[in-house]
Design a protein around this ligand. Structure first.
Ligand code: AMP
Length: 128
């Protein structure tokens, strides 16, 4: 079955310029902007400009150029935020939720970059 993309999602509207965003960086194939409800001192969302619903969709069907652009932009943002381990940054967490079990609210691929405080355990510990 094919991936299905809803072009009325809020990030598609941001990409079309229909609603504003606080842009952090933009490249040919990707956009990074501040999360509207930050969960850490740094909370940046990175999205591809293409119509991809989730990371698996992107990883399996995007062009090499799109994947390279997206991945490099994530690296650049970590450097720009000063959280990269390349310098003396304190690190970050990268999360991409997908679908119902992943609790994805916006059905356009986005990676959350969270940083600026100790982020605690990744998940609550529950086996079922
Ligand atoms: P997720 O649950 O992984 O789909 O995360 C969606 C994220 O999008 C949440 O962290 C929201 O705070 C964020 N969000 C929703 N609308 C906007 C918006 N207009 N601009 C920036 N971030 C948004």
């Amino acid at each position: 079955m094919a991936y299905s993309y809803d072009d009325q999602n809020i990030f598609a509207k941001i990409l079309r310029g229909e609603i504003p965003n606080n842009t952090v960086a933009e490249t040919e194939h990707s956009l990074a902007f501040s999360d509207i409800a930050p969960q850490a001192p740094h909370h940046v969302l990175v999205i591809p400009k293409g119509a991809y619903v989730s990371y698996d969709h992107f990883a399996q069907t995007a062009t090499d150029a799109e994947i390279l652009d997206f991945t490099r932009l994530i690296g650049k943002i970590c450097t720009d935020l000063g959280v990269s381990l390349e310098g003396d940054g304190d690190g970050f967490r990268m999360v991409s939720n997908a679908g119902q079990d992943g609790v994805q609210d916006v059905p356009h691929l986005h990676v959350h970059i969270l940083a600026g405080r100790p982020l605690g355990p990744m998940l609550e510990r529950r086996l079922s």
